[in-house]
Design a protein. Structure first.
Length: 101
């Protein structure tokens, strides 16, 4: 295990610049010129994944237990229509409300 007792008294004086290693230059390109930093806001375009394409503004978690048959049928309908499960349930609720109001 490392001996940290010396840290209690401080780290001491730093080494002189001429004692620093010269082979470590991570900010320098092969030409010796400093690597340009991108301007603020001009970084790489954020990667778009399937989740960001499906972002819907739904933030409340809704969980319930259903039969395997119901789960299979809802998932089958969602796959056939290219919709999310929640969209299928929202449409089912809207249909139920139209029928019963």
């Amino acid at each position: 295990m490392a001996d940290a007792s010396k840290l209690k008294r401080g780290l001491g004086t730093p080494p002189a610049p001429d004692e620093a290693r010269t082979d470590l230059v991570p900010e320098t390109a092969a030409t010796g010129e400093p690597t340009p930093r991108p301007a603020a806001g001009t970084g790489p375009t954020p990667r778009i994944d399937a989740r960001s394409l499906r972002r819907s503004g739904r933030t409340v978690h809704f969980a319930t237990k259903v039969t395997p048959a119901f789960d299979n049928r809802v998932r089958q309908i969602a796959a056939e229509t290219g919709k999310m499960l929640t969209e299928i349930l929202e449409e089912a609720l809207a249909a139920w409300e139209r029928e019963h109001r």
